[in-house]
Design a protein. Structure first.
Length: 359
């Protein structure tokens, strides 16, 4: 069987081949500094927090509240300091090689829960269904509000290193007239894969994770170097969703959640799907909390952009949630080369996450 004790290899992302990860697990070879864990503020209510109940007047007005403004569990407001605004028209500016696109867009904040310090792993499945429905509804509303908006990015930061400036649990939605480069890369490569193999690369990876063994061959001799049981990448399996540990994880504890049946756009998610999605995300977050606890993280949704240019991606693109815990500080080597370094083998990380006991 595989020897995961000490690995040093460069793994190419099966989805975006230009992205690669150096997996270097040997002791004494760790070129990285650990990111600090943050003390989690577990208080339910904080008097001075603008996102806590009773302080609604300290935030911009409510865009939408679930179930209603007085008894809200999830509340959406405009961002007080938007990175993009809709006060000016989108207009391209061209200065030779240097191009500028007006910072036009929309920026909203979702207060994920009325309880100040609650973790996603502690939220009930019922609550997460409300939260994820809110993501879907706002995305839909933003796309409908303005056809210039091509992408609505939903993301969450937890902890200062992950970019969260307010401790109260919250997510953000940024709608832009341009599609983020990470998404474009995934779209381009998955489209190419589909043209070649007539299959969605994400579906292929899910099938592989559920069915086969992978074999690593020696590049020179062609001999079998190692067999990998790919089923070992499955962290959590629901009825309609699966959480997997990417084979070429950029972050040591990265987990991706995908619908088991092909779906390109998060807006296609049904009420039934939402329940299973909520459960799989909750369980994944519980496992992360058990194994690495108190860690700072980002999660974000990658889904099919809107606009004519991307309509041909229905069959080739597959939406997913990427959960990226920040356990180490990126080094100059990583930033300069774009080659991420993982000091834990993704197989070991997956095993630990799978073995974690959760209720
Ligand atoms: Zn609060
Ligand atoms: Zn697919
Ligand atoms: Zn992605």
């Amino acid at each position: 069987m595989s020897d995961t004790k000490s690995i040093r290899e460069i793994r190419i992302s099966p989805i975006v081949p230009s992205e690669s990860v150096l997996v270097a697990t040997a002791r004494g070879m760790r070129p990285k500094q650990a990111e600090e864990k943050v003390e989690r503020d577990t208080r339910e209510h904080v008097e001075k927090c603008p996102f806590c109940k009773g302080n609604e007047s300290k935030t911009p007005p409510t865009i939408k509240a679930y179930p209603d403004e007085t008894n809200w569990e999830v509340r959406i407001v405009e961002n007080l300091f938007p990175v993009l605004g809709d006060d000016r028209d989108e207009g391209g500016l061209n200065l030779g090689l240097q191009q500028v696109i007006e910072g036009y867009g929309r920026h909203e904040v979702l207060i994920d829960h009325y309880k100040h310090g609650i973790g996603v792993f502690e939220m009930s499945v019922e609550h997460l269904i409300i939260l994820f429905s809110a993501y879907r509804d706002r995305m839909q509303a933003l796309y409908q509000s303005d056809s210039r908006l091509k992408y609505v990015l939903v993301f969450k930061n937890f902890g200062p290193a992950a970019g969260a400036s307010i401790a109260h649990t919250h997510s953000q939605i940024i709608a832009t007239p341009v599609v983020p480069e990470n998404v474009i890369n995934e779209l381009t490569h998955s489209r190419q894969y589909h043209q070649k193999h007539n299959q969605c690369v994400f579906c292929a990876l899910i099938d592989e994770a559920l069915t086969y063994e992978a074999t690593i061959y020696d590049r020179e001799s062609g001999e079998v170097r190692r067999k990998i049981d790919v089923g070992q990448y499955v962290i959590e399996r629901g009825e309609k969703f699966i959480a997997i540990k990417p084979f070429a994880s950029r972050y040591e504890w990265e987990i991706h959640v995908l619908p088991l049946t092909h779906q390109s756009d998060f807006l296609q998610i049904s009420a039934d799907d939402l329940e299973d999605f909520a459960r799989v995300v909750k369980h994944s977050m519980q496992r992360l909390d058990k194994v690495i606890g108190g860690v700072q993280y980002n999660y974000f949704l990658h889904t099919q952009p809107h606009g004519d240019q991307y309509q041909d991606c229905n069959a080739s693109y597959h939406w997913h949630l990427e959960i990226c815990p920040r356990t180490s500080i990126p080094t100059g080597f990583e930033l300069g080369s774009g080659l991420f370094v993982s000091t834990i083998s993704p197989e070991d990380a997956a095993q630990q996450l799978r073995d974690a006991e959760i209720q």
